[in-house]
Design a protein around this ligand. Structure first.
Ligand SMILES: C[S@@+](CC[C@H](N)C(=O)[O-])C[C@H]1O[C@@H](n2cnc3c(N)ncnc32)[C@H](O)[C@@H]1O
Length: 217
């Protein structure tokens, strides 16, 4: 497997509420997906908080993570009780996702799989079973893939499914415009609710990282 030869470093993310942790291997060199982004940690820890409360999302649910990178968020969802988690990304990220899937498999009771999913690729989208929950962390990143990302979320959603998305508000270059456009496109088919910061994990939160929940109309 090509990823195995690369230099890696591991980050352990603990979930005290269930006495477990996720171990995420990251690559020293590579594209944006080969390290864990802060928005992913904030989202993973928000999921932990949410599973302790009344509005549980993951217990027994099927989950697809889009643009999973290292798989941090999807692995957290699997550890926290999702029954079927599919970690997806571009082909070049699959070796790293597979390493992280294998590394965490023994702590996870549900099904955990890795699958290629290039946003907007209708053939690949059709191979994914419609999930209960879609997760995405820090994926508002690229002008050319913004519309394909939204169309993928739309294709994988039903009126009963939930999409939870985190992102870091960036002010450089075209990032503010991409963020504005993402919400505009999502607004055509989804209602949104911003998760107030006080509902995020009390330690793993940040002024510049937002979490939104979307429901298809
Ligand atoms: C900034 S990284 C975030 C990775 C991970 N979600 C995290 O927060 O740690 C963006 C991710 O989107 C993936 N990505 C970018 N364009 C994509 C596309 N067209 N289809 C699928 N995934 C894509 C990248 O490979 C990368 O893993």
């Amino acid at each position: 497997m090509p990823g195995c030869a690369k230099k890696m470093f591991t980050r352990e993310i603990e979930f005290e509420s269930i006495g477990g942790s996720v171990e995420v291997n990251q690559e020293v060199e590579g594209d944006v997906g080969c390290v864990v982004w802060d928005a992913a940690i904030v989202l993973a820890k928000y999921l932990e908080v949410r599973e302790k409360g009344k509005r549980k999302l993951l217990q027994g649910s099927s989950v697809v993570e889009l643009g999973a990178g290292t798989g941090c968020v999807g692995l957290a969802a699997a550890l926290l009780g999702a029954s079927h988690v599919t970690l997806t990304d571009l082909p070049e990220l699959l070796p790293l996702l597979e390493i992280n899937r294998v590394q965490n498999k023994s702590n996870i009771s549900g099904v955990l799989e890795v699958q290629q999913l290039i946003w907007g690729d209708t053939q690949q989208i059709q191979t994914i079973k419609i999930p209960d929950v879609i997760l995405l962390a820090d994926c508002i990143y690229y002008k050319e893939s913004l519309e394909p990302l939204v169309s993928t979320v739309r294709s994988l959603s039903t009126t009963t499914s939930t999409t939870i998305m985190s992102y870091e508000q960036r002010t450089d270059g075209n990032k503010p415009e991409l963020q504005r456009r993402f919400f505009e496109l999502m607004g055509e088919n989804f209602t949104k609710r911003q998760i107030p910061e006080e509902e995020h994990h009390e330690t793993y939160r940040s002024d510049d990282i937002s979490i939104f929940e979307f429901k298809k109309r």
